[in-house]
Design a protein around this ligand. Structure first.
Ligand SMILES: *Cc1c(COP(=O)(O)O)cnc(C)c1O
Length: 395
């Protein structure tokens, strides 16, 4: 059964919770109270819905992929989150949290980012609302993601390099946490997926479930059929949670696709639900990639958004109760799927999204004749250079 809200300890049965430093507990409690109040307030929804409509471009369309449907022998629909402002679903979450920041009387936002997509979505919402914004980013990632760093700076955000550790996302998370502990009176920390300590997984799910609610209206059996299957990629799990949640417990088959990287057997992947085990990461109990001593392992995926060793705790809950199926797709299969959608439908999807499409293409025979909805979580412009480099390396 689906839970409307986690229990009073912030848990989805055995998953979730608040594994956070004592100094942050009051902030998490305040955030839970303030979000619950805002979410019950029609005034907050009015303000958010207006921004989602006029600024973000919601509702995003549902498009029937005509040629690809013919080619695969299925009835394929794309939920076009790639058409949302900034090119992915992430803006649904950052817009909501930035608005909540204003409501809490705070004027400073911090975030952390790996590839920079969440950083750009946060910087965008903060620019719109006139909020001060600092994004922590590992120095290695700053080098690798020059374009997104420049976008954030143009949006008025300070990108703060993190030089400790390996200079990647994990170190940026620690730096953001340290900042928040010291500045919590004036600052809100916008987490970018359905991960982290309670109330984040619940709050981000509530902010992303607009995707699935729109789909219910757009595929209601009148102008378009009801979906038999809904497929989404899973990194932290926010776009999947957003489209799945309204359907959980119904007769629609829900499939979440993780990153198998170089292949599950190589150990270099990002498939926390498929190949991981329960433990604590970034403040909550969930499935993660760990060694026998419980040390968190590095994830690997060609797509930065799926390159994460944990996953949102509510997905762990869904997995154990078999409310959602989880599977995985390799780097190579994902790149092939980018090219498939680009050449057949004129849409270049994000590498993350391509994992979900690759699963559909692979399973086309077993899905024959069914109505399949794909959450097209983002556009792939950001990945073009990476794909060029990959082809060059092969030659
Ligand atoms: C960040 C990102 C993802 C992965 O994040 P989730 O929280 O799992 O949704 C997927 N697709 C795109 C386009 C992204 O930018």
């Amino acid at each position: 059964m689906r839970l409307d809200r986690p229990d009073n300890q912030g848990r989805f049965a055995e998953y979730g919770g608040q594994f956070a430093p004592e100094t942050l507990m009051p902030a998490l409690e305040e955030l839970e109270t303030e979000f619950a109040k805002a979410w019950d307030d029609p005034g907050f929804h009015n303000e958010l819905n207006k921004l989602l409509a006029d600024f973000v471009g919601r509702p995003t369309p549902v498009y029937r992929a005509e040629r690809l449907s013919d080619q695969l022998g299925i009835d394929l629909y794309l939920k076009r989150e790639d058409l949302a402002h900034t090119g992915a679903h992430k803006i649904n979450n950052t817009m909501g949290q930035a608005l909540l920041t204003k409501r809490m009387g705070k004027n400073r936002v911090i975030a952390e980012t790996g590839a920079g997509q969440h950083g750009v979505a946060t910087a965008t919402a903060c620019a719109l609302l006139g909020q001060e914004c600092v994004v922590y980013m590992g120095e290695k990632d700053i080098e690798r993601q020059a374009l997104n760093v420049q976008r954030m700076r143009m949006l008025g955000t300070e990108v703060r390099p993190v030089t400790s550790g390996a200079g990647t996302l994990k170190d940026a998370v620690s730096a953001a946490m340290r900042d928040w502990v010291a500045t919590v009176d004036t600052t809100h920390y916008i987490i970018g997926s359905v991960v982290g300590p309670h109330p984040f997984p619940w709050m981000v799910r509530e902010l992303q479930k607009v995707i699935g609610e729109e789909l219910q209206e757009q595929m209601d059996g009148s102008q378009r059929p009801h979906p038999d299957v809904i497929v989404a990629c899973v990194g932290g799990g926010s776009n999947a949670m957003g489209i799945f949640y309204p359907y959980v417990g119904s007769d629609v088959r829900l499939v979440g696709v993780e990153a198998a990287g170089y292949g599950l057997e190589t150990g270099e992947h990002g498939a926390s639900l498929v190949a991981g085990s329960p433990g604590v990461i970034h403040g909550s109990m969930t499935y993660l990639l760990q060694d026998v001593q419980g040390q968190i392992l590095e994830a690997h995926s060609i797509s930065a958004g799926l390159d994460y060793p944990g996953v949102g705790p509510e997905h762990a809950y869904f997995k154990d109760r078999q409310l959602v199926e989880y599977t995985s797709i390799t780097d190579e299969e994902a790149v092939e799927a980018v090219n498939l959608l680009a050449s057949v439908e004129g849409i270049i999807p994000a590498l993350e999204t391509a994992h979900a499409l690759a699963w559909i293409a692979k399973e086309a025979d077993s899905l024959r004749g069914q109505t399949v909805a794909l959450n097209l979580s983002g556009r792939g412009d950001k990945d073009v250079q990476q794909i060029i480099d990959l082809v060059d390396a092969d030659e």
